[in-house]
Structures are given as C-alpha cells and as structure tokens.
Design a protein around this ligand. Structure first.
Ligand code: UT7
Length: 354
C-alpha cells in the first residue's frame, strides 16, 4: 500500500504571457485548446537534471514518513529525461540520499511511466522480495522541449513526485491494472540521440533532440485508449462511475481529461486535475496529482489511474487508498495549500521559504 507521498516543483513559473513572447501563441489559445495557465520550469541557475527534482521530492517523503533512509530496499524511477543514459538516475539518487541498502533502477515508458513503475513496485512487495520501496515519477521536460515549436512548448513542464510502498495485510493498495502497447513511432518521438540515430552536428542543427508530436492523432488515441482501459478496470472490479472516489488521469490536455471522465461516467468533481498550474510533466503527472490531493484522501477511497503516451503505451490501474491523507499532509509544507483558503501563488511562496 501507499504509505506516503512527496513532491517537488521548481521555483520558476512560466506563464502564458511569457510563453506568447517566446512563440506565436496566446493565453486564450492555450487555455481553450490545452488548459495550461502556468508551468514550473527548472532553470539552469537553480539546478539541472531530473535528479534535482527527485532529490527534493524524496527528501520530503522521508521527512513526512520519518522513515530511516537505510530501511528503503528499492528505488524505482519512472522518467524519460534521466540525468544521463547511464548510470541510472536511481543510482545517483541512492548515493545522494544515503539509501545505503536500496537496489534501484529507472523505467522508461514516456507518459505512462509511473503506471508501470507503480505496478512493478507493487509486484516487488506482493512477491515478498521487498517490504519498503520508493516509486517516483518525474521529468525535466524543459530539457527536451523545443521553445521554437508552438505545437509542443506550451504543454510541457518540470516536476517530480514519489510514493512510499509498504507491505500490508489489509485489503488496500494496488489491486488491479491493465497495460497495453500499440507500436507507433510516427506521431510522438524524439528523432535523434539514441543508438539508432546518434547525436551529431547535423542532428543538433536540425533540432532533432526535442519532443516531436503530431498532436491531433495523439489526442484521438489518448481519449479512446484511456477510456477503454479505465472501463476494463472498472468492470473487472465491479465498479460503476459512482463508486470511483477519484479518477487520476494523465494531465496532457484538459479536453482529454474531460472527455475520458465523460466516457467512463465519472463526474468532474471526482477527477484530479492540476494541469492548469502544473502542465504536462509526463511521468510526473499522476504522482504530482496524488501529492496535491493528499489532504483530501481518506482510507478506503477507490482510485483509478490512467495514462497514455509515446509508444503508444497506455493503461489503467485500480488502487484502494490506505490512510487519512489530511493527517499525513499536515506534516509537510503542502499542508499550507487548501483549496480556496490561500492562493496557489501564496502556497508556492510559503513552500519556497520552508
Ligand atoms: O503526454 C503525451 C500525450 N500527449 C497528448 O496527449 C497530447 C495530445 N494532443 C493535444 O493535446 C493537442 O492536439 C494539442 C494541444 C497538441 C494541439 O491542439 P489541437 O487543438 O489538436 O490543435 P492542432 O494541432 O489541430 O492545430 C490547430 C491550429 C493549427 O493552425 P491551422 O493549421 O489550423 O492554421 C496550429 O498551427 O492551431 C495552431 N496552433 C496554435 N495556435 C496558437 C498549434 N499550436 C498553437 C499555439 N498557439 N500554441
């Protein structure tokens, strides 16, 4: 079961006004077509690498749970923007955070990465191999975003979050999941940088080291595939839309999230949404939703996650929440954020000063 959540977003907030000075776009277009108002960006003067974000998210998780770092047995990092091809970002973090007894590795499945990492982590626990592990999802998306391409740059953002998984005998935790791949290269990929097309002066000059996306085709697939996966998981577990406490969809586009919720008949007040101020952080979106919504979560809540991304890889999973989120969230700086009580800007200001 999940026994704690930590998260981190970098300080710099890139709003739509600034975005429209970088590329030919507008706040109206972005809000209507995507639903992102502001996004957090890791500026080089603050830090670099996804490990910068993971380090802070995991530190917060360890602080909140008061768990001894030496008791963590495994660290799984879902990311498409690792610090380096190798060693794994997990190895870097294990050293930096003093997780002296942990095994660790990275998992890459683009925007569906956290779903797969969570399932993998849960399987380590179910098999009895490990009793306490950390699963993270996060990205330094700005490192591979082309700020000359208005089709992609308003979408993506930086951020990371993580969960603690521990063994339990209660009927809570990750109970089911469906995962799929339908091979697609054409619509969503990075053209160069891997072993098939190695970095060269030509690939750099052609700007081939950035996200390439044909948005409309990806959009259609994302809506149908995520809805189908959620329906399968709900059916298999005897759930109707009214039984699901929270749908946690990948935050790719507010129109995609609404369409999926409508199709699976879950009302919008039971859908976690933070794309307006978080943007699309790829494998970070699902855990960042949990991090922000933690104060609202109660033991026994039925949560359905779904994500879709490059590959195409997608899926949905079903989890029963295991603790009183309000109590745990009160131990972290995120306690200051309560919907309607203070503004998000004030919340970020307080968190920054902590
Ligand atoms: O996270 C991984 C999975 N990714 C997704 O799920 C993303 C799925 N796709 C999408 O979210 C949307 O397709 C986008 C947000 C990427 C694009 O929205 P759209 O409504 O599908 O726009 P479009 O690509 O069909 O473009 C419509 C028009 C085009 O102009 P013309 O050719 O009709 O004159 C674009 O050039 O909008 C134009 N456009 C823009 N205009 C102002 C594209 N980007 C922008 C922009 N500002 N930023």
């Amino acid at each position: 079961m999940i026994t704690g959540v930590g998260g981190y977003v970098p300080d710099y907030i890139l709003d739509n006004e600034e975005m429209s000075r970088i590329v030919d776009t507008s706040d109206e277009w972005i809000m209507e077509r995507i639903g992102v108002k502001t996004r957090h960006i890791l500026k080089p003067e603050q830090g670099t690498g996804v490990s910068y974000l993971f380090t802070r998210a995991i530190r917060q998780l360890l602080d909140k749970t008061q768990v001894d770092p030496a008791s963590i047995e495994c660290l799984v990092c879902a990311t498409t923007t690792p610090d380096y091809h190798f060693p794994s970002t997990a190895s870097i973090l294990i050293g930096r955070l003093g997780l002296t007894n942990a095994y660790g590795f990275d998992m890459e499945s683009a925007c569906a990465g956290f779903l797969l990492a969570l399932e993998t982590g849960a399987n380590f626990i179910r098999s009895g191999r490990y009793k306490r592990i950390i699963v993270c999802g996060g990205e330094h998306m700005s490192s591979m975003t082309n700020y000359q391409d208005r089709n992609t740059c308003p979408i993506f953002a930086d951020g990371a979050a993580c969960v603690m998984l521990e063994a339990t005998t209660e009927e809570v935790g990750l109970l089911d999941g469906v995962y799929h791949v339908e091979a697609d290269f054409e619509h969503l990929h990075m053209k160069a940088g891997g072993s098939a097309r190695m970095p060269s002066h030509e690939t750099v000059d052609n700007r081939e080291h950035f996200v390439y996306q044909e948005g409309r085709a990806v959009f259609k697939h994302a809506v149908t595939k995520m809805s189908d996966a959620v329906e399968t998981v709900m059916k298999r577990n005897g759930l109707t839309g009214n039984d699901v406490t929270w749908l946690v969809p990948h935050q790719a586009n507010i129109r995609i999230e609404s369409a999926v919720a409508r199709r699976v008949e879950i009302s919008e007040d039971h859908v976690m949404i933070n794309i307006d101020h978080m943007g699309n952080t790829s494998s970070g979106t699902l855990p960042l939703c949990l991090w922000e919504y933690e104060p609202k979560l109660k033991k026994g809540d039925k949560i359905v996650f779904t994500a879709f991304g490059a590959g195409f890889a997608w899926g949905a999973s079903y989890l029963v929440w295991g603790y009183d989120g309000a109590k745990e969230a009160a131990k972290s700086p995120a306690q200051f954020y309560k919907e309607g009580e203070i503004s998000r800007e004030e919340w970020y200001r307080i968190r920054k000063s902590e």
